[in-house]
Design a protein around this ligand. Structure first.
Ligand code: ADE
Length: 236
């Protein structure tokens, strides 16, 4: 998969070079390209923002540099049908289901807005030519799309084939079937007076599986009852 990110703070994306994502890049599973939006500005101050039309507080990102940069990224990558994602608190909420869908794409382009946002005509123009999605990572407001893009990139890239050493670990994790993950333990059996639940030391795989399932349902009911409604069929 090819992933592009456009930002006025490209160094936010330096972390893509470390850990699993860095290894995935090295192994050709994912191909990251980060672009400085200011490289597409034409004046000597490399201006990318201006006052909002109609007045009001803050600044709005100008359409022209976005147009130049997105056209350039799309032309250079040679992918005919990229999906352009603009992180935005006004977007559809990102979740594991969306991560799975996005992991099937050939190219994702993340357009990171700052200030009061991007001129609406950028969305309108690209939505008329390509697939465009506004995506929120939750009901809170960040200073820009960079951190939101990084969260989405990590959630998506770890689902790519060959990315996670043991694919089994993807099957049993939180949100995989709408339930949260069961609690995990490792040696020693007793630590500061806290014991590993006996059933996990019993060697009885059936009982262990039942206990883990109960724990997942209990945890989900306690902290995310909203998830249970959709997970009910699978929870049994
Ligand atoms: N930009 C600012 N806040 C955001 C959020 N919650 N999700 C995605 N992008 C954002």
């Amino acid at each position: 998969m090819r992933i592009d990110a456009v930002s006025i703070f490209p160094s936010y994306f330096d972390v893509l070079g470390i850990s699993l994502l860095g290894k995935a890049q090295g192994r050709g599973i994912v191909d990251f390209h980060v672009h400085d939006l200011r490289d597409a500005a034409t004046d000597k101050h490399r201006t990318v923002d201006d006052k909002p039309a109609g007045g009001g507080a803050g600044m709005v990102m100008k359409a022209e540099p976005w147009g130049v940069m997105l056209d350039r990224v799309i032309a250079d990558s040679g992918v005919a049908d990229p999906l352009i994602i603009f992180p935005s608190p006004a977007g559809e909420v990102f979740n594991q289901r969306m991560a799975k869908e996005l992991a099937k794409e050939q190219q994702l382009i993340f357009g990171c807005g700052r200030y009061e946002g991007i001129d609406q005509r950028v969305f309108d123009e690209y939505a008329s030519r390509y697939r465009v999605k506004l995506v929120s990572i939750g009901d809170y407001v960040l200073n820009g799309g960079e951190v939101a893009s990084l969260a989405m990139i990590e959630a998506i890239a770890r689902l790519l084939p060959g990315m996670v050493g043991n694919p089994e670990s993807l099957v049993e994790e939180s949100h995989e079937d709408g339930l949260l993950e069961y609690p995990s333990y490792t040696a020693p059996a007793s630590w500061r007076g806290h014991e590993i639940p006996q059933v996990l030391l019993s060697g009885n795989h059936k009982l262990v599986a039942e206990w883990r399932h109960q724990q997942r349902v209990k945890r989900t009911r306690e902290v995310r009852p909203d998830l249970l409604e959709t997970a009910e069929d699978k929870a049994g």
